[in-house]
Each structure stands twice: as C-alpha cells, then as structure tokens.
Design a protein around this ligand. Sequence first.
Ligand code: F6P
Length: 293
Amino acid sequence: MNIGILASGGDGAGMNYCLYNIYKKLYKHNKIFLFNRGYFGLINNDVLDFNFNYIKKHKNDGGIMIKTSRCPEFETLEGQEKALENLAKNKIDVLIVMGGNGSLKGAKELVKENINIMFIPCTIDNDVLNSEYCIGFDTACYNCASFINQVNDTMKSFNRTCIYEAMGRKCPAIAITVGNMVDADYMYVSNNCSVESCIEALRKIKEKKDAPIVILRENLIDIKYLKKEIENKLNLDVRTCIVGYLQRGGKPTKLEKNYAKKFAEKCVKEIKNKKFNQSIIVKNGFFVSEKLN
Ligand code: F6P
C-alpha cells in the first residue's frame, strides 16, 4: 500500500512517538509518504525523505518532526482539488491525519471525495469529539503544573497571589486538570465563573494562605483586568503569568508515550484489516475505532 501521513493544527508531545510506532510497523511492506507541514504539504506535494533511523532518533522529541501548520488554503475548493490531485499522483491508498478538530474537519472533506482516511486525535486541548484522550494533553498538564509549582515558590516568599493563564482555546480541560494538580484556590475556566466569585474565593483564604493560586483558561477574560480587580477589592499583591507555549513543547511524559503507542497500534491494526475512514479514539478507557462521517 501507499500510505500518507500528515500532522495538522497545534502540535503536542507524543506525536513523534506515535508517528514512530506507526512507521516502524508499516515501512517494510508499504511505501510511506510523509507530507511536510500538514495540508500545505499535501497541496504542494511536499514529501519528506526521512528514513527509519531518522524517525527513530527523534521519536522522543517534543513537537512533530514532519511539521504542522494551520492551512486556510485547504479550506478552499482550489486547495482541496490540488490535494486530491497529489493524492492521486502518489497513488495514496490511505492517508493518516494527526491533529485536532480543525484537522478532523479537513479529513472529513477528503472522506467525501472517496479518500481513505485514518484520524488520530492530537491536541493539548483534549477536545476532539468522542475521544476521552488526545495526544499531547498529559504532557501539557504536566508542563503547566510544573511551571506553576516553580513560580509559586517565589510567590510564597513574597506572599503574592498569582494568576496563571493556561491554554486550551475554548476547552477548560488543561485549566481544570492543572488546577487540581496544583490545588488552585480559584479556577476561572468557563463563562459560569466571574470576577466576583473569584474575589470571594480569595477573600475566604487570604489570611490562611501565603500564595493563593488562580488558574485562568485563555480566551475568557483579560488577565490584567482580573489582577486589577483583585488588587483593588482585596488589597493583595498580585502577579500574572501566561504559561503559553511552554505547555505544548517538551518531551512526552511516560503516560503520553503509552497512549501514543496505543493510538499507533490501533491505527496500524485497522489499516492492515483495511478498515478505513476511522477515527482512533479512547472510549471507556479502551482504544477503539469509530467511523468518520
Ligand atoms: O489548539 C491547541 C492550541 O495550543 C490552543 O490551546 C491554543 O489556543 C492554540 O493552539 C494556539 O495556536 P497557535 O499555535 O496557532 O498560536
């Protein structure tokens, strides 16, 4: 078989380990096409010539070695036609797409054009519909919590309150998980939260705790505004930290690698069985495939 692989959207630790485990199982009896920078590579027929040793060497790295992108061109008819031409030119029997919700949308467009697709959810946001887990999430939480714990040491020395902004786009998964990991005093994670309730929570603990922690999910409220409000109402010394891309980079955790390998194994199994157009998901703790439609 001719098997294409691409990564699209935000990267996540563990994607390289997943790619390695797919490649290892398939490269001897199939031709693998690694498209550079996701759907861009597909549109421009940009295929990488990595060999197995290179992929093995980078299997534990953070990021994604075949590169990723956000590709507005693929949302156009013209872009999709070019992608289809290149899939035909390379006689691709099945294309493996690694990514989040945007990438899934793109993959579904290809399914409509009779391209065989396998989808593997990869996003630190952990928000791909139907899957309990997406590659990158555990490492992102670990990185974010480690960062907060470290910063909190210096906050304690000054009796400072700190607001930490976590990634997640519109999904509160990282913020909530990290909030629990660091025992946050207030988690501002959805529109149900408010400045008033945050201030109330801090008021209750301000005499008891030397460095209160507030976790804020990105895209909800301006972090500087929240800081000013807390300072004005509670007379606390407040600092802010946007955790940012530190969450996405870095080597995968052990749990991440375990998940990444299981996603890869299930994907390879379904390809060998010619069970195409499947999303590999975690359901009730099991790695299963679900029809893409
Ligand atoms: O979707 C993953 C994610 O890391 C979000 O948590 C974040 O909002 C977004 O990507 C950042 O996107 P970009 O890498 O394009 O700045």
